[in-house]
Design a protein around this ligand. Structure first.
Ligand code: NDP
Length: 282
């Protein structure tokens, strides 16, 4: 039976470390979170981010804009936040309404305030192995692995999913940690054949029960990034937890695995942004 990787406990430990660090800083780190429209899931995420900021001692300002906000209005707010010295990190909650280009908005955020690490400049730094900020969800997965004593160097790692937010940067972080990495997607031939090779399997697909026991090698480490609702409306990951836990050596639950780590890494990036700002303005 697999050992559970407790993302809630690991996250709480890191948040304590971050809170201690903030107490030593001359200026409080500041995060602006912008949300446009009425997406209820996004509203919950934003509320959680705000609460997490307050708990560790980060100044957080939430901008709730109406659905009919134009792209120009949103870009004007980004310009203001880019220039605001009390704000070190800017996060625009995705998805945005259809009439606003997420790419245009992300590209408008100053790279040194882009705590989600979505800006092309930051993506470039990540690929080069010289990141300003680590992408939150993949960085959270890496912390779960390292704080569970799992070394990825030399391991066969398979990432299922190739999104810009999770799959691709996840593969890049594993690669920089000296893993041998394969990325799978909807066009992968013989997916189960590939996933069965994995010492470490990361699933970021978005389909409940997608990773079944026959896709997992005995003793593999399984990291479940998925956040889905099952037929009863309950939050669950991509992994068929009960059957996969019988085979894996370590597994993350959903909820309580990767989820809490994503926000924690956002807090860490905001502190990094504030430190960099202080160093540049000495
Ligand atoms: P996307 O929808 O952007 O990407 C999903 C990926 O899964 C795509 O690359 C897609 O392939 C691949 N895929 C879909 N079907 C299959 C299939 N049958 N076989 C193999 N690959 C397949 O999702 P995200 O990356 O944004 O998110 C993935 C999941 O992670 C979601 O459940 C999301 O809610 C969750 N998530 C969780 C976070 C957390 O904090 N825990 C943070 C961010 C996301 P293709 O490219 O070919 O279409």
């Amino acid at each position: 039976m697999a050992k559970l990787i407790d993302g809630k406990a690991i996250s709480a430990q890191i948040r304590e470390e971050l809170s201690d660090k903030i107490k030593t800083m001359d200026k409080k780190p500041g995060l602006a979170v912008v949300i446009v429209g009425e997406d209820q899931a996004s509203k919950v995420y934003v509320r959680n981010k705000h609460k997490a900021c307050e708990e560790v001692g980060i100044y957080s300002k939430v901008f709730e804009l109406p659905e009919e906000t134009t792209q120009e209005q949103l870009l004007a707010l980004i310009d203001e936040l880019n220039a605001d010295s009390a704000i070190h990190g800017i996060l625009v909650q995705l998805p945005l309404p259809r009439h606003i280009s997420a790419d245009a908005v992300i590209e408008r955020i100053r790279p040194d305030k882009d705590v989600d690490a979505f800006h092309a400049v930051n993506v470039g730094h990540i690929v080069l192995g010289d990141p300003l900020f680590l992408p939150c969800t993949p960085a959270g997965c890496m912390e779960l692995l390292s704080r569970s004593g799992i070394d990825v160097a030399g391991k066969e790692c398979v990432v299922v999913g190739r999104s810009n937010i999770v799959g691709k940067p996840m593969a890049m972080l594993l690669l920089h940690a000296n893993a041998t990495v394969t990325i799978c997607h909807s066009r992968t031939a013989d997916l189960a054949g590939v996933t069965r090779r994995a010492d470490i399997l990361v699933s970021a697909v978005g389909k409940a029960g997608f990773i079944t026991a026959d896709m997992v090698k005995d003793g593999a480490v399984v990291i479940d990034v998925g956040m889905n609702r099952n037929s009863e409306g309950k939050l669950c990951g991509d992994v068929a937890f009960d059957e996969v836990a019988e085979k894996a050596s370590y597994i993350t639950p959903v909820p309580g695995g990767v989820g809490p780590m994503t926000i924690t890494m956002l807090l860490r990036n905001t502190i990094t942004a504030a430190e960099n700002f202080a160093a540049a303005n000495k």
